[in-house]
Design a protein around this ligand. Structure first.
Ligand SMILES: Nc1nc2c(ncn2[C@@H]2O[C@H](COP(=O)(O)OP(=O)(O)OP(=O)(O)O)[C@@H](O)[C@H]2O)c(=O)[nH]1
Ligand SMILES: [Mg+2]
Length: 273
């Protein structure tokens, strides 16, 4: 990664960085009302947990229950539907929205079909659509014939668990490659569960960027991803309290993803006019 830091930052520095990134995200004004980010990847890789973690970060103080009205899924396994999850900050809805889907292998090695993912990217599949054995055709209740710019996905994010990258099933790897190749929008990778991958990182999250160079190689072998957009994260999982180091990793990844999505829209819009 670009952020090679092996020193442990003092807690105040983490908290400062966190508040700065939170503020930047809250104030960000994208080309569309909300940038749409689709998370896909193997089952159990931490897609829903990532969304929940982001919502946790913006929930603010414990007094404000209504602040985060937006977590669409808990940490339980996502069922076969496509869902939009908006995240709220202190007073406003944040300028991004996630699409959450079930894992690629799903039940009995069926899972989400790459055609369905591509249709979601183009804005053709509505919320709460339940994935079937066969991909959705171009009609029916859940097919959006004329998607607006905000129905479309602006950044595609592959979520891979650090401890499992080498063990991803071939059928899932094949699907991931197909999706990557067919998508014509910016793409990033979140490498989750970094705490499982390495005991040093588990005890000190600031060591992550060092350990990540190895993981990045594994990722790019699997997917053919450019190194700039692979982000290591640790999701909230059993922590009861706020952990600034977790927040900083997630916010850094999110901020870069949001910029990536918006830069693409900027260029896309300009070429249309
Ligand atoms: N230790 C650790 N556990 C995690 C992390 N992220 C997710 N988990 C755990 O991994 C399990 C699966 O996480 P989910 O968020 O449900 O994964 P998913 O990708 O949404 O799974 P599907 O919806 O089934 O495709 C849960 O038990 C999470 O608590 C992480 O960064 N570290
Ligand atoms: Mg899920």
């Amino acid at each position: 990664g670009e952020l090679v830091s092996e020193e442990q930052s003092p807690p105040e520095r983490q908290t400062d960085a966190k508040e700065k990134m939170k503020a930047e995200l809250c104030q960000f004004k994208p080309e569309v009302e909300r940038l749409r980010i689709l998370l896909y990847g193997p089952a159990g890789s931490g897609k829903s947990s990532f969304i929940t973690s982001v919502a946790n970060i913006f929930k603010g103080q414990p007094t404000s229950e209504a602040l985060a009205d937006a977590v669409c899924a808990g940490t339980s396994f996502t069922t076969k539907v496509r869902k939009s999850c908006t995240v709220s900050g202190n007073s406003e809805i944040l300028p991004f929205v996630f699409n959450d889907v079930m894992g690629l292998e799903g039940e009995e090695s069926k899972g989400v079909h790459p055609d369905d993912i591509i249709n979601i990217l183009k804005g053709h599949i509505k919320d709460n659509y339940e994935f079937q054995k066969h991909p959705l055709g171009d009609n029916g209740l859940y097919y959006n014939r004329s998607p607006s710019l905000s129905d479309k996905v602006h950044c595609l994010v592959c979520v891979l668990p650090a401890d499992q990258i080498s063990f991803i099933r071939d059928d899932v790897t094949k699907k991931m490659r197909e999706i990557r190749e067919r998508a014509s929008i910016p793409q990033a990778v979140m490498v989750t569960k970094v705490d499982y991958a390495c005991p040093v990182v588990k005890s000190d999250l600031s060591k992550i960027y060092h350990s990540m160079t190895i993981k990045e190689k594994e990722c790019s072998n699997k997917l053919g991803v450019t190194m700039n957009y692979i982000f290591p994260v640790k999701n909230y999982h059993e922590e009861k309290d706020v952990v600034p180091e977790i927040d900083v990793l997630i916010l850094d990844a999110l901020l870069k993803t949001v910029h990536l999505a918006n830069d693409f829209l900027n260029k896309d819009q300009k070429s249309l006019h």
